[in-house]
Design a binder for this molecule. Structure first.
Ligand SMILES: N[C@@H](CCC(=O)N[C@@H](CS)C(=O)NCC(=O)O)C(=O)O
Length: 220
């Protein structure tokens, strides 16, 4: 059985969950993948058992039946995209694939990554993980916000960043916007196109919307 290690509230594992959901697949209903929830509050990502699986102590991780370990969200998502569902969210032809790649990397490195950096350098829960430099926080947020103007323009007259259908670039941009809320960056305050894009994506893929139905004593 394959195993997918995730934390459902964290942006990088959410990429995998949203990718599958966008193809109509509920990760908890997959016949050949067991989901393993990693609890950050309990520091499970730092445990000896998980460190053996991924020495980087990060999620997501996908382990395959032959023992292959994929320990990066891009790799996990490339695999899931090719193996499950009918259409590719990475792009359906060579040019579209390249366009999705380009948009995804800008969303990742300019928006999501800078916001994650700001979080890591400011949030007490990350003090054990990185040597926190408070001076990094404001410039990292400012850099992410500056890049949003590019996406506001790109979305003019379009629902999605590439072509007329949802791609992995949209998923990463949405996660950047959603994560920004933890740093008081309002996803609806950087242009009308982005605000509408965020509202559409949030309606489908918010953490609340995708929360696993917790079994209760009554329905166990
Ligand atoms: N390059 C990795 C980064 C993964 C990453 O940073 N994941 C975060 C969650 S979004 C994590 O596991 N953090 C663990 C921690 O903060 O202790 C990827 O994209 O998979």
């Amino acid at each position: 059985m394959k195993k997918l290690y995730i934390t459902r509230t964290a942006p990088n594992p959410r990429k995998a969950l949203i990718l599958l959901a966008s193809k109509g697949i509920d990760v908890d209903d997959m016949d050949d993948i067991d989901v393993v929830d990693i609890d950050f509050a309990a520091k499970e990502q730092m445990s000896e058992a998980f460190t053996k699986i991924n020495p980087m102590q990060t999620v997501p991780v996908l382990t395959l039946d032959d023992g292959t370990v994929l320990n990066d969200s891009q790799a996990v998502c490339e695999y899931l995209d090719r193996v499950y569902g009918e259409r590719s969210v990475m792009g359906n032809d060579v040019v579209q694939r390249a366009q999705v790649c380009s948009m995804r990397r800008i969303a990742e490195f300019e928006v999501l990554y800078n916001l994650m950096l700001a979080f890591q350098h400011s949030h007490p829960s990350k003090a054990q993980r990185v040597e926190q430099v408070p001076e990094f926080v404001a410039p990292s947020i400012a850099r992410a916000v500056k890049a949003l103007a590019y996406f506001e323009t790109s979305l003019e007259g379009h629902d999605y960043l590439v072509g007329d259908q949802l791609s992995f670039a949209d998923i990463v941009l949405y996660l950047g916007l959603d994560f920004g809320k933890a740093l008081k960056v309002d996803p609806t305050a950087h242009g009308e196109n982005l605000a509408q894009f965020y509202a559409r994506m949030h309606e489908r893929f918010s953490i609340k919307k995708m929360a696993k139905a917790k079994p209760t004593e009554a329905n166990e």
